[in-house]
Ligand binder design. Structure first.
Ligand SMILES: [Zn+2]
Ligand SMILES: [Zn+2]
Length: 324
């Protein structure tokens, strides 16, 4: 039997075809107004900005309204967007209908893009070295920070770097979100031997509340093994550093000392000099001591213990040689 409405298709129900049944369905809906950021594509729905998958948020929003207004809609799918929002509706009787809801988009820069163009920042990380000389460590740390913030940005668009200033003595990194500075320092602390100091300054008032900016000064330990430093009334030789700890030799008693970051950096060590390294050739050992010869001036010295290598670097302090 042909459809009683169109006379073309086979009837499906009550003498009417599926297409005509779909056409007869009345769907109540309103035009959708949204605001879109022309810079990043974020969409504002009901006064809230959506940054991740904004089109998906819009689909959910429109679906909720349609289902509320049309109780017989069971499912909404096949979502696409041009000048309209195009949807397929499935009703409780199984009939499907496509719907194109007019979409009106107004453009407005979102708060995050406003912050970015305004060079907004809440915290500065100042990367410096212990020696105050520029080191590759500064650039390594900068790369870590840039990667960290990229990761944070996926969770929160307010996480961004608004400026990186290259200075003779280091790098200043301006952060859009102050909490990121704390996370970054934790990350750097797990990788380097560093000291951090924070200062805060008043940046202004917002709704009667003081707004502070935080400056985190990070000093990265950059001295090579064999360097001589002075602190706590004594000279020490640097042996090695690891995250959280430094190994140094107390030169007054020739004993190894391990210090944590807090103890070390609160001791106000000064740099006395760079390492004086000499290469020695192993000549012989008597089971207790090893005889070595200076590669340059052929002076012979004896050190305690057995050295199993052919040659070794020793570090000089006051005409005595130290193995590191
Ligand atoms: Zn029909
Ligand atoms: Zn934006």
């Amino acid at each position: 039997m042909k459809c009683i409405v169109c006379g073309i298709n086979e009837a499906y129900e009550n003498g009417i075809c599926i297409d005509c049944l779909a056409n007869l369905k009345n769907v109540s809906y309103d035009k959708v107004n949204i605001t879109e950021c022309p810079k990043c594509g974020a969409i504002k729905i009901n006064k809230r900005w959506y940054y991740n998958n904004p089109e998906n948020e819009l689909f959910n929003h429109v679906s909720r309204i349609l289902k509320k207004k049309n109780k017989d809609i069971e499912e909404i799918y096949n979502y696409s967007m041009d000048n309209n929002i195009n949807l397929t509706l499935k009703f409780s009787d199984g009939i499907e209908k496509t719907l194109n809801i007019p979409l009106e988009i107004s453009k407005e820069s979102c708060p995050v893009c406003n912050k970015l163009t305004g060079s907004y920042y809440e915290a500065i990380i100042q990367l410096r070295t212990f020696s105050r000389e520029r080191s590759y460590l500064i650039d390594d740390a900068r790369n870590i920070i840039v990667d960290d913030v990229k990761r944070y940005n996926r969770q929160d668009p307010n996480s961004f770097i608004s400026k990186i200033a290259n200075l003779k003595e280091g790098i200043d990194i301006y952060l859009g979100k102050k909490e990121d500075a704390i996370k970054i320092i934790k990350d750097l602390d797990s990788k380097y031997f560093i000291n951090t100091r924070v200062t805060k300054s008043l940046a202004g008032k917002k709704d009667g509340i003081d707004i502070f900016r935080y400056t985190h000064l990070i000093r990265m330990f950059d001295l090579d093994p064999g360097s001589i430093i002075f602190g706590r009334g004594k000279n020490y030789m640097v042996k090695s550093v690891e995250p959280g700890n430094i190994n140094i030799i107390d030169l007054s008693i020739k004993k190894d000392v391990t210090m944590d970051e807090k103890t070390f950096f609160s001791s106000n060590f000064d740099v006395i000099r760079k390492p004086e390294k000499r290469r020695f050739i192993v000549i012989s050992n008597n089971g207790l001591e090893t005889e070595l010869m200076d590669e340059k001036n052929f002076n012979i010295i004896t050190v305690k213990g057995i050295i199993s290598k052919d040659s070794i670097d020793l570090y000089n302090y006051n005409d005595e040689y130290y193995i590191i």
